[in-house]
Write a new protein. Structure first.
Length: 749
């Protein structure tokens, strides 16, 4: 297969070179060519292959002109015709129809990569040649390669079945990161989770990579219905709670201390692609699908949109590249450019992504097809962009380092432009890349713009996307309409607590978003053994509420903790009476500084009014431990809590209050190491007093008493703050209380 492919491409190559030389001779003999192509063709005979004899002679003639004359000065100085992002006229149709001999030869050559890099035991495909590591993005591209090779007649039904059997079985039994979602990388030989250096270990999940796999699982389900159970089983094992939060995509990683951190994932282009992937399976990803926030820059008269989230603040680069738009066009199909919906916006943006690269070539003579690509040497991976971080035509590393020497014509980007826009310029791109392969390994990543030649590395993503691009040319958009995106949930129980899309959609369809105010001191802030990395109990409670499909919003004047909704009113060191006073101060407790309000109202009243809480909202009140620390009696504490509750319930339309009993204190030391301050008699008397107070006065006024569910053993070693397990138990108690309250509210309606 590799030999016949090589011969076919070689014959076309020779024909192109001869035609190119003929064109140069025509020029040298003095034949005046008055016709000028809208888009010039390659700048050397070495890369000319041509689609036909006529085209080859024509391109050769123009190439001869280019060899002997520099790019025209006017192209760099003349004002370009403007093409705004609002322009709805398509630039050119996509290519359609059976593959030519040259195109089939390219497809067979791309398939060579997968013949040589598939692991027999797992069915996983090496992300790069002979390197046994892979991500889920690469795995999606590997599935794309198999389905496309089968659709193009390169492999048989039996070979496709064998490949899908092994691969889908492996994907259905992967070890998951923290038992939640697929790890970012796996060893292809063993399917063991690894870091990016292929060392065993977990490093987190990527919603963007998962989305790529989701697209191709849907395509497998559509084209091979017998594979539906396999696809459904793979997805049903994952916990979606952290991957998609309020319609926004999140990835996870480990910080230096081994704690899990969660960050929004995706920038303009890839975020829309990934949101579309989630929607294929019924998830509500509309917020991620919207192009906003974005800005635009004019380049060669073309308005180019870019993500306006500042990489200096958020740490994620706002690169503009070809790949994400090409995948949207080839897999989902572009919408109507005149449409007012998101799909129409994407179609218009994609047209301009093509046009600016074609105009750059017209202006400079540099063939341009910019997208991210691998390298054979350090830094090994670059974002080769149209625009990024404030710079046009920026080539940067993942850390933002400027590396312009690695700018290249990316093969997958060039072929995507060729398939989606049938123009002389993309003919030139095809000619430029068609022979850039190793017959035993597949196509190279790209061709350096500075003339150094090929990037001598081969990858699954590049060869897989090239195969699906040729499949798109033969068939059109690869995905078919999805009529029942929730069908895969038929045999699943949404109560399993993994944020399956039924619960997510129902929650977002509800107009009622319950505001929840965590109110208290350091155990609300989240200190000591959990140094605010998860916000104390708030992180665990967030997970439980999300898993239940409850639509809620944590509210408060401060935001702390590495959780998606970190708002709270938890102030370390504060006693009960502090919340009832006209506070006007800057609080500094344990090195933590808070700017506190005007002092015109009691603190708790200010908190409630700032959050605009109503009778359907809930305060989680956990206070009193600092009073015990400072030796106050239970009687004084009860007087203070009574005043605090009065201030809350006297507010018109006041929120409900869930008041938690105290956990007995104790441990090796207090602030000054004096264990005599530990007074659990006070705690017990206070808790008993709360029972009587709530039952006698406050239960009819919307106050619910909640057991802490903890014991002295759930305190940290300082005897004051909760341990990790203690925070988890408190979250479970809050959750049970909240769920019961919501059920009562639903019944009352």
């Amino acid at each position: 297969m590799a030999i016949s492919t090589q011969h076919a491409l070689r014959e076309i190559f020779v024909a192109g070179v001869l035609a190119c030389l003929m064109g140069t001779m025509l020029y040298s003999l003095g034949i005046i060519i008055t016709w000028r192509m809208t888009y010039p063709v390659p700048t050397s005979c070495e890369n000319s292959t041509g689609k036909s004899a006529v085209l080859s002679i024509l391109t050769g003639a123009v190439t001869g002109l280019q060899i002997l004359t520099p790019p025209p000065v006017w192209a760099q100085t003349e004002a370009w015709p403007e093409r705004a992002l609002s322009e709805t006229q398509p630039l050119a149709p996509p290519r359609r129809g059976d593959l030519t001999e040259a195109e089939m030869a390219m497809a067979r050559q791309a398939w060579v990569y997968f013949e040589n890099n598939t692991q027999a035991g797992t069915g996983l495909v090496n992300a790069s040649h002979n390197y046994p590591s892979v991500t889920l993005w690469d795995t999606g591209s590997a599935i794309a390669a198999s389905v496309s090779a089968h659709g193009l007649g390169i492999i048989t039904d039996a070979e496709l079945d064998s490949r899908l059997d092994r691969l889908l079985r492996t994907l259905g039994s992967l070890d998951l990161f923290r038992l939640d979602c697929p790890n970012k990388a796996y060893d292809t030989r063993t399917a063991v989770p690894t870091d990016y250096l292929n060392n065993p270990g977990e490093i987190g999940c990527s919603a963007i990579d998962i989305a790529r796999l989701m697209v191709w699982l849907k395509i497998v389900e559509q084209r091979f219905p017998e594979r539906q159970p396999d696809a459904h089983h793979i997805l049903s094992r994952w916990n979606w709670c952290r991957l998609l939060q309020d319609g926004v995509l999140y990835g996870s990683a480990l910080d230096g201390g081994g704690d899990v951190t969660y960050l929004q994932e995706g920038r303009l282009g890839y975020e829309e692609y990934s949101a579309e992937a989630f929607k294929l399976w019924g998830f509500d990803a509309d917020p991620a699908l919207q192009p906003e926030p974005y800005d635009s820059i004019w380049m060669y008269g073309v308005e180019i949109p870019y993500d306006s989230r500042d990489p200096r603040v958020l740490g994620a680069h706002n690169y503009v590249v070809t790949e994400s738009y090409a995948l949207l066009g080839m897999e989902f199909g572009f919408g109507d450019p005149a449409g007012a919906d998101v799909q129409g916006w994407i179609a218009r943006a994609a047209q301009n992504i093509y046009e600016v690269q074609a105009r750059r070539f017209e202006a400079t003579g540099i063939l341009t097809a910019r997208t991210e690509h691998q390298l054979a040497e350090a830094p090994f991976f670059v974002y080769d962009t149209i625009f990024s971080d404030g710079r046009p035509w920026a080539t940067i590393t993942e850390t933002g380092q400027w590396v312009p020497e690695h700018a290249a014509v990316a093969l997958k980007g060039a072929l995507g432009l060729w398939a989606l826009w049938d123009t002389p310029y993309t003919d030139a791109l095809f000619a430029h890349i068609s022979t850039e392969f190793d017959p035993d390994r597949g196509f190279f990543e790209g061709v350096y713009e500075d003339g150094r030649g090929s990037i001598p590395t081969q990858t699954a993503n590049n060869n897989g996307i090239m195969l699906e691009t040729l499949f798109f040319k033969a068939e059109g958009p690869i995905l078919r309409p999805v009529d029942e995106p929730l069908a895969w949930l038929a045999n699943l129980d949404p109560a399993q607590g993994r944020c399956l899309p039924v619960a997510a959609v129902q929650a977002r369809q509800s107009d009622e978003v319950i505001k929840i105010m965590p109110l208290g001191a350091s155990n609300t802030y989240g200190m000591y053994e959990n140094p605010n990395s998860r916000g104390g109990y708030r992180g665990y409670l967030y997970d439980l509420l999300i898993a239940e499909g409850i639509s809620f919003d944590f509210v408060g004047l401060d935001s702390d903790g590495d959780i998606p909704d970190p708002d709270h009113n938890g102030y370390p060191g504060r006693r009960i009476d502090w919340f009832t006073q006209l506070v006007n101060e800057t609080v500094n407790s344990g090195g933590i500084t808070y700017e506190i309000f005007s002092g015109e109202q009691p603190a708790v009243v200010h908190f409630i009014q700032q959050a605009e809480m109503t009778e359907n909202d809930i305060i989680l009140l956990l206070v009193g431990t600092n009073n015990v620390r400072h030796g106050q009696s239970a009687e004084v504490m009860l007087e203070q809590i009574e005043l605090l509750l009065d201030q809350i319930v006297q507010i018109e339309g006041s929120p409900q209050v869930h008041l938690m009993k105290l956990t007995e204190v104790g441990g090796d030391y207090w602030d000054d190491g004096d264990p005599s301050r530990t007074n659990n008699d006070t705690v017990r008397i206070f808790n008993e007093g709360l029972e009587a107070l709530v039952a006698d006065r406050y239960l009819p006024l919307g106050v619910t008493l909640v057991e802490s569910g903890t014991t002295e053993a759930d305190r940290a070693t300082d005897g004051v703050h909760l341990s990790e397990e203690g925070y988890r138990r408190v979250a479970e108690q809050w959750f049970d209380s909240l769920r019961e309250a919501m059920q009562r509210m639903a019944e009352a309606e």
